[in-house]
Write a protein that binds this ligand. Structure first.
Ligand SMILES: C[S@@+](CC[C@H](N)C(=O)[O-])C[C@H]1O[C@@H](n2cnc3c(N)ncnc32)[C@H](O)[C@@H]1O
Length: 209
């Protein structure tokens, strides 16, 4: 079985065929000015195990490394901003789990290569926490989780220094309601929930729902 296919039944039932890296990179080259912008937001509505999201994260982390590697604090903040801007949905829970795992592994490899023994496990836990809020399991067509509840995405913004604002929006709020359901690409509607400003290292305890 090719690495692009898990099983014939999944291809038949869910249209699951993974894109190979050559095609992913050719497509991402078309939006290079965005993949190289650290805070540019990407949402992939059928992200599979993350073939596109992983390349987007890699390109953003290259920029963060080139610009900020001399200051570990600046690197940590900007690398977290890169993760905070990457979103995905897939209907298969195993794909979602793999996607989160692959993004976290890539992130950790970059971080450990730069700072060797000086890595902070609590920081990596926050990165994992953000990924679990940004990569969701559900139906991108109905915009609902498998439980039937609406899919909700977190918007993360560093507002001053180390303080982050988390605001939650329903997936459907991120679309222009026309016949094409165009993605707005921005969080312009009223959030369904706004969390208190919190230090980024406390996001897990202060903004968990
Ligand atoms: C063609 S694969 C592409 C995966 C990935 N984007 C890639 O290029 O490697 C389609 C993916 O869509 C998912 N999928 C199918 N129907 C879906 C739906 N209604 N909502 C969200 N994901 C869905 C499948 O589980 C599968 O992972």
């Amino acid at each position: 079985m090719s690495a692009q296919i898990k099983s014939k039944s999944r291809v038949r039932d869910k249209g699951e065929v993974f894109t190979n890296p050559r095609e992913v990179n050719a497509m991402l080259d078309l939006v290079k000015q965005e993949t190289e912008r650290i805070d540019s937001r990407f949402l992939e509505p059928a992200c599979g195990n993350g073939n596109f999201l992983i390349e987007i994260l890699r390109q953003k982390l290259e920029v963060v490394k080139a610009r900020y590697k001399k200051s570990q604090w600046e690197y940590e903040k900007n690398a977290l901003i890169a993760v905070m801007s990457i979103y995905g949905v897939d209907i298969m829970q195993d794909n979602v789990n793999e996607c989160i795992e692959r993004l976290l592994t890539l992130f950790t490899d970059y971080y450990k290569n730069l700072y060797k023994k000086n890595i902070k496990e609590d920081y990596l836990e926050i990165v994992h926490f953000v990924l679990t809020k940004n990569i969701l399991c559900g139906d991108a067509l109905s915009m609902k989780a498998n439980s039937g509840k609406p899919l909700v995405f977190a918007e993360w913004s560093f507002v001053k220094g180390s303080l982050v604002q988390r605001r939650d929006f329903k997936y459907e709020q991120l679309l222009v309601q026309n016949d094409k359901n165009t993605l707005l690409g921005d969080f312009i509607e009223k959030p369904i929930k706004t969390y208190p400003l919190t230090h980024y290292l406390n996001l897990k305890e202060n903004t968990n729902d």
